[in-house]
Design a protein around this ligand. Structure first.
Ligand code: LRH
Ligand code: MN
Length: 434
C-alpha cells in the first residue's frame, strides 16, 4: 500500500484497535452476561450463534448507487468485479459477517471466471446466488426487453431471456454458486396493455425451461416486486404469484423476499411465516425503505420490523420447521455514504436483529399466546428488542479476528483514499442505480 494507507484486512492492524477497546468490551460483555443469566440465557450460546451468521454482499452494492435523476460517484469507485471483490474482502475482514458475494450478470461479466473464483478464494470469499438481468438491453443485444423478457409476447424474446438465465447458471457453476435469483421487471403501465393471465402463463413456460437447466443441488430464487419499472401491473407482483410459480415449477424453486418490494404497511413478517409454512422460503434481499423500493441501509428506518422478521426466523429454527434454509443477502443502493461503511453497518444490523430474536423467551411467549395475554406476549418481544446486544456483536467479531469497531478501524486505514489513488475515476454522467 503506497503512502501511509494500511490494509484494513491486516490482522495486526485490526488487533491494534481491538487492544485499545478490549477492556471496555470485556466489562460490557460481563455486565450483559449477568443480565442474561438472570433471564436464564447463556450469553456464550447467543454469541456463538451470532458469530455463525453470514450474509452475502451484493456486488452491485460496493459502488456508489444512484437514482433515475442522478448518481454522484464517490472516490476510489470499483472499476470492475475484481475491485468489487477487494472491497467485499474488506467488509468481511472487519465484520467477519459477510463471507460470500452475490454477483449480477452481465454487470460482473469477466472473460476469466475461474480466475475470478481463484481471486475470491484467495480473499477468503465464496459466491452466493447469481442474479440474472433481463431488465436492461445490453450493447449488441438482438431483441429488446422494452416490453418484457420471460413473459414477452414474442417467443424469440422469451427464448433470448431463457438463454441468458441458463448462461448465468453455467457461469455460477464455474464460481461454485448454488442458486440463481430471477427478478424480472416485466409488467404493464396501462390497464389493458397486458393479458394478466397469459403473461403469467408465459412466465411459467419460460421459467420451466430455466428450471430444467438447474443442477440437482441448485435452487431457483423467485423475487417478487410490487412495482417499478412497470407502474400498473408486475407479472410477479407479490408473494402469492411467487409462491404459485415456485409450487408449479418444482421442489428446487423458492421465494425470495426483498424487503423493499412491498407497499409501505405490508406485514412482511407474516409473509415470511407463510413462506416458511409452505416450505418455500428461499431467502432475503435485506434493505430498508419508507416509501418505495428505496434500497436504504438495513435497519436504518424500521429496526423493529427487521427484528420481527428475525423473530419469525428464530421461531422457525426453534420449532425445526422443515426445508428451512433461507439465504441471506443484502440488496441496497448507497447514494450518499461510503458503500463499504453502509454494508458493514447493515450486516451488523442483521446480526443485531438475530441476537435480539435469540433472546425472546419462546416458552413464555407461547404460554402468553395460549392464554391470550396480549400485553405480556407483546412485552416478551419488546424485552428482547430493547436489550442492548452491542457487546455480543462486538465479541462475535473479536472471536473471528475481526474488528471491535469496524468503522473506526476502516477509517483509520484510509482504505478509500488509497483506492482513490489506485483507481483513477471513470468520468460518468447521468442516473441509474449502478
Ligand atoms: C430489483 C432488485 C433485484 C436486483 C436489482 C438490482 O429491484 O431488487 O434484486 O436485480 O434490484
Ligand atoms: Mn432485490
Amino acid at each position: 500500500m503506497a503512502n501511509n494507507y494500511a490494509d484494513p484486512r491486516d490482522r495486526a492492524f485490526i488487533a491494534e484497535d481491538n487492544a485499545r477497546l478490549r477492556g471496555d468490551l470485556d466489562a460490557d460483555y460481563a455486565a450483559l452476561g449477568a443480565i442474561l443469566q438472570r433471564r436464564g440465557v447463556n450469553i456464550e450460546a447467543v454469541t456463538a450463534n451470532v458469530a455463525s451468521f453470514g450474509v452475502a454482499i451484493p456486488s452491485w452494492g460496493v459502488g456508489t448507487g444512484g437514482t433515475r435523476f442522478a448518481r454522484f460517484p464517490g472516490k476510489g469507485e470499483p472499476r470492475n468485479v475484481f475491485d468489487k471483490l477487494e472491497d467485499c474482502a474488506v467488509i468481511h475482514g472487519l465484520t467477519g459477517a459477510t463471507p460470500t458475494v452475490s454477483l449480477h450478470l452481465p454487470w460482473d461479466h469477466t472473460d476469466d471466471m475461474p480466475a475470478l473464483r481463484q481471486r475470491a478464494t484467495a480473499l477468503g470469499l465464496g459466491f452466493d446466488a447469481v442474479n440474472s438481468n433481463t431488465f436492461q438491453d445490453r450493447p449488441g443485444q438482438q431483441l429488446s426487453y422494452k416490453y418484457g423478457s420471460l413473459t414477452h409476447t414474442d417467443p424469440d424474446v422469451r427464448a433470448q431471456a431463457v438463454e441468458h438465465n441458463i448462461d448465468c447458471i453455467r457461469i455460477g457453476k464455474l464460481l461454485g454458486s448454488k442458486a440463481l435469483t430471477v427478478w424480472i421487471g416485466d409488467g404493464a403501465n396501462f390497464p389493458g396493455q397486458q393479458h394478466l393471465t397469459r403473461a403469467f402463463e408465459r412466465y411459467l413456460e419460460s421459467t420451466a425451461q430455466i428450471y430444467a437447466a438447474l443442477p440437482s443441488d441448485w435452487r431457483m430464487l423467485i423475487e417478487h416486486k410490487m412495482y417499478e419499472p412497470a407502474f400498473y401491473t408486475t407479472v410477479i407482483q407479490d408473494w402469492g404469484s411467487s409462491l404459485m410459480a415456485a409450487q408449479t415449477l418444482g421442489p428446487k424453486a423458492f421465494c425470495l423476499v426483498d424487503l423493499g418490494h412491498h407497499a409501505p404497511n405490508v406485514n412482511i413478517e407474516m409473509i415470511v411465516a407463510r413462506l416458511v409454512h409452505a416450505r418455500r422460503l428461499g431467502g432475503f434481499h435485506f434493505n430498508d425503505s419508507k416509501y418505495g423500493d428505496d434500497d436504504l441501509d438495513t435497519g436504518c428506518i424500521d429496526p423493529y420490523r427487521l427484528f420481527l422478521i428475525f423473530n419469525e426466523l428464530v421461531d422457525a429454527q426453534w420449532r425445526q420447521a422443515p426445508d428451512f434454509h433461507p439465504a441471506h443477502m443484502l440488496d441496497q443502493s448507497h447514494n450518499v455514504t461510503d458503500p463499504i461503511e453502509s454494508l458493514m453497518t447493515s450486516a451488523i444490523e442483521l446480526q443485531r436483529a438475530y441476537a435480539q430474536a435469540l433472546l425472546v423467551d419462546r416458552q413464555a411467549l407461547a404460554d402468553y399466546q395460549q392464554q391470550n395475554d396480549a400485553l405480556m406476549a407483546a412485552q416478551t418481544l419488546k424485552r428482547a428488542f430493547t436489550t442492548d446486544v452491542q457487546p455480543i456483536l462486538a465479541r462475535a467479531r473479536l472471536q473471528k479476528g475481526a474488528a471491535i469497531d469496524p468503522i473506526g478501524t476502516y477509517r483509520r486505514s484510509q482504505y478509500r483514499l488509497g483506492c482513490a489513488e489506485r483507481r483513477p475515476a471513470a468520468q460518468s454522467f447521468g442516473g441509474g442505480i449502478v
